[in-house]
Design a protein around this ligand. Structure first.
Ligand SMILES: [Zn+2]
Length: 478
C-alpha cells in the first residue's frame, strides 16, 4: 500500500515536470531558492530535550520543534540494518547493533546514496558520488559548509570532498580548498592552536618534551607557532598540509570556479572579530574561516570544569559561535541571485555525548539551537519561507541517552527528567558510541512538504520517519 502511494506521488511529480506554463509553476512551487541544512552531530530526540530542559525548564520549546514538518529519520549505513520499530522497542540493545558513523550518514544526506562507514561521498565501489554542493554549483548557485569542529571532519567534508577514507584529512581539506567549487568553508583545526584554544607554543612550555609540539630540530626549544615554520607537517593535516595553509595565509589559495580562466582566491579569516564583521555589509567572493582552535570551538576548553553546570567554564572569547559563523556565511552566500545551499554543523554534540559529559552536550546543543534561531530570523527579515527551506536534523544518535533507570526489567526507555530551567536534567547514557535510534528531522519553508512523500514507516514513539538518503534525493532535485 505504501509503495503504491509513493508510486502515484512519483507519477504526480513526473507529470509536473511538463513544459506547459501551468505545470512549470506547479513544479517550481516546490523548489526553494535557498536551502539551509542544520546537522547536530550525534543528536537524538533526547539531546534536544536535555538542552530544552536546561534552556526553558520544559520540552517542545525549540524554534524548530514548531516547524510544520516534524519526522523521525533512520540513519543506517550500507552494511547496517534498516531501522525497525518493532525490533527497536522490543530489545533494549537492538539500536546498538552496527550503527552508522558520520561519514556514511553524511554521504547519505549529501548524495542520497547509502555507503560504507568511513566513506566520504563515494559509493561502495569507491566511485565519487554527486553531492548537493556539486549539483547546486553546477546550477549556478552558491554553496558553503561550516562547522564547530575541523572543517575537514566527516560532516562538513562529505558535502564538498570525495574520499574513500574520512581519515585522509590532509587530502580532504586539500580538495575542499584547492579543487572544489564551494564558496564558504568555516571550522576549526587551526595548526597553531591546541584544542583548548591556547597557542601551541604556550602548551609546549607546559608539557616539555611532548614530541608532537616540541621541536627536536631546534635545539629542544619550544616551537614558535607564530610563524609556524617549525611545526611538524602533521599539525597542518586538518587544513590540507603546510603548502595549502601557507597559500591560504598569503592569499594565493584557490582555483577557477566559474570557468572564466581566472583563479578565484580564498579570503581567510581567523579572528572572531572578522567572523562578526562579515555578518553584515560587503563580503569577499570566497570566504574561509579557520577559528583559533586545533580541534573544536568550545567543547575541549578547560576540562577541569567538565562536571560543572553548562557555561560555568569561561568560553574562549577568540572563537566565533555557530550563530556568528552562520550569519557571516549566509551574508557571503546570499549575494548570488540564483540562491544558495549552506550546511551548518553543530559538530561537538557527538564528542561530548561519546564522553557522557552532559553539561558540554547541553552547551553544544544550545550553540546549535541559537544558530537556527538566527537563520530563521534571517529568513523572515531578508528572505521568506516562500523562497528558503530550513532543515534541522542529525546524522545519528550518540550515547543512547535516556532517562534514569531505563533498562530495568519492568520499565524501559524512560524520558529524561527535567529539574527546572538552568538545571541539568536527570539522564543516563547507555552507550559510549553511536546508535541506530531514529533521529529528529524538522523542516520549514518551500519544498518542506516534499519530505512527506518519503515516509518509510511509523514509529510508535516518534511517529512517521524518513531515511537520511531522502534529504540528498530531494534537495538535489531542486
Ligand atoms: Zn561519534
Amino acid at each position: 500500500m505504501k509503495k503504491l502511494a509513493v508510486f502515484f506521488i512519483g507519477i504526480f511529480l513526473l507529470q509536473n515536470c511538463g513544459t506547459s506554463e501551468k505545470t512549470t509553476i506547479s513544479n517550481n512551487s516546490h523548489k526553494p531558492k535557498n536551502v539551509i541544512l542544520f546537522i547536530s552531530d550525534g543528536c537524538g530526540f533526547n539531546h534536544v530535550d536535555a538542552a530544552s530542559y536546561y534552556q526553558f525548564g520544559k520540552t517542545g520549546q525549540q524554534i524548530y520543534e514548531k516547524f510544520p514538518i516534524k519526522l523521525g529519520m533512520s540513519t543506517h549505513y550500507s552494511g547496517g540494518v534498516a531501522y525497525n520499530p518493532d525490533s527497536a522497542w522490543a530489545d533494549f540493545s537492538w539500536v546498538k547493533k552496527k550503527p552508522t558513523d558520520s561519514a556514511a550518514s553524511g554521504t547519505a544526506i549529501a548524495t542520497g546514496e547509502k555507503s560504507y562507514k568511513g566513506a566520504l561521498s563515494v559509493d561502495t565501489l569507491k566511485n565519487s558520488l554527486e553531492t548537493i554542493v556539486d549539483r547546486f554549483e553546477k546550477e549556478g548557485k552558491s554553496t558553503g559548509v561550516i562547522s564547530t569542529v575541523p572543517f575537514s571532519n566527516a560532516t562538513p567534508a562529505v558535502f564538498v570532498a570525495h574520499n574513500e577514507n574520512r581519515q585522509n584529512y590532509r587530502d580532504i581539506a586539500g580538495e575542499m580548498v584547492m579543487k572544489s567549487k564551494t564558496d564558504v568553508i568555516m571550522g576549526g583545526g587551526h595548526p597553531f592552536y591546541n584544542p583548548d584554544g591556547t597557542l601551541v607554543s604556550e602548551l609546549a612550555e607546559r608539557y616539555v618534551g611532548h614530541k608532537e609540539i616540541w621541536d627536536m630540530n631546534n635545539g629542544g626549544k619550544p616551537i614558535s607557532s607564530e610563524d609556524g615554520k617549525v611545526l611538524p607537517e602533521s599539525e597542518y593535516r586538518y587544513v590540507g598540509g603546510k603548502e595549502v595553509w601557507d597559500k591560504l595565509s598569503n592569499g594565493t589559495a584557490g582555483n577557477d570556479i566559474d570557468g572564466d580562466g581566472e583563479i578565484d582566491y580564498w579570503t581567510m579569516i581567523q579572528d572572531r572579530e572578522s567572523f562578526q564583521k562579515y555578518m553584515t555589509g560587503e563580503t569577499p567572493k570566497r570566504l574561509i574561516g579557520v577559528f583559533k582552535s586545533g580541534q573544536a570551538s568550545q567543547v575541549e576548553r578547560d576540562t577541569t570544569y567538565e562536571d560543572w553546570t553548562p557555561f560555568s567554564a569561561p568560553f574562549i572569547e577568540t572563537i566565533p559561535t555557530l550563530k556568528e559563523m552562520t550569519l557571516s556565511a549566509i551574508n557571503v552566500l546570499d549575494e548570488n541571485k540564483n540562491g544558495f545551499f549552506l550546511m551548518a554543523e553543530g559538530g561537538a554534540v557527538d564528542w561530548a555525548a561519546h564522553d557522557h559529559v552532559l553539561n558540554r552536550t547541553i552547551e553544544e546543543q544550545i550553540d546549535f539551537n541559537l544558530a537556527i534561531e538566527a537563520a530563521c530570523n534571517w529568513v523572515e527579515e531578508n528572505s521568506s519561507w516562500d523562497e528558503t527551506l530550513i532543515i534541522v536534523t542529525a546524522d545519528h544518535e550518540t550515547g543512547y541517552l535516556l532517562g534514569p533507570n531505563s533498562n530495568s526489567n519492568s520499565d524501559k526507555w524512560k524520558t529524561l527528567k527535567g529539574n527546572g530551567k538552568g538545571k541539568m536534567p536527570s539522564v543516563e547514557w547507555y552507550s559510549g558510541g553511536h546508535t541506530n535510534m531514529l533521529v529528529p528531522f524538522y523542516a520549514k519553508g518551500k519544498g518542506s512538504e516534499l519530505f512527506l512523500n518519503s515516509i518509510k514507516g511509523k514509529d510508535p514513539v516518534y511517529g512517521d520517519f524518513i531515511d537520511n538518503t531522502d534529504i540528498g534525493k530531494i534537495v538535489k532535485s531542486f
